[in-house]
Ligand binder design. Structure first.
Ligand code: S3P
Length: 166
């Protein structure tokens, strides 16, 4: 994995992996701007994510996700939404613009964090979540780096990640 000073870093992972939490800290540490892709989609659509899903459906959300990702002003640290890396088009874009880091957590941990979260339209049902996770896992593992963050000490987690990206 070649390192370039101007690479963007894209945080990949399932809902609840802490992509935004870690991304904000990573951006400060790397002195790069930070974007949370979901928040950028909400700004662009002037609606929150559950409303986009309700009013337009998931397919339309995925179209916005691809468009907004491609329009970000890079280089930056980008926290992707849990489904963004599943799109081949997005993965190709990410590969051209920088490096991807998979935040690797066991499903049980993620499920405890997100099950029933009203802000996450896909997190309503444990069985569906489990099968979504299984389907996505091989794609998440295509990320350039696999990282198991230790959130008991987030600052040191960021330091370890910065070292691994160097
Ligand atoms: C989604 C994850 C969400 C958001 C949308 C769909 C997914 O982002 O993009 O609800 O398909 O996994 P987070 O991973 O930030 O929750």
């Amino acid at each position: 994995m070649g390192a370039h000073a101007t690479d963007s870093i894209f945080l990949v992972g399932f809902m609840g992996a802490g992509k935004s939490f870690l991304g904000r800290k990573l951006a400060i540490s790397l002195n790069l701007p930070f974007f949370d892709l979901d928040r950028e989609i909400e700004k662009s659509e002037s609606r929150n994510i559950p409303t986009i899903f309700q009013e337009r459906g998931e397919a339309a959300f995925r179209v916005s996700e691809e468009r907004v990702l491609a329009q970000l002003s890079l280089p930056a640290v980008v926290a992707l939404g849990g489904g963004a890396f599943i799109s081949e088009k997005n993965r190709a874009f990410i590969g051209r613009k920088g490096r991807s880091v998979y935040l690797d957590w066991p499903f049980e941990t993620l499920c405890e964090r997100i099950l029933g979260d009203p802000h996450r339209p896909l997190a309503g049902n444990e069985l569906q979540l489990a099968s979504l996770f299984q389907d996505r896992l091989p794609v998440y593992r295509l990320a350039d780096l696999d990282f198991c963050p230790d959130f008991s000490d987030p600052d040191s987690a960021v330091r370890v990640l910065v070292e691994r990206l160097a």
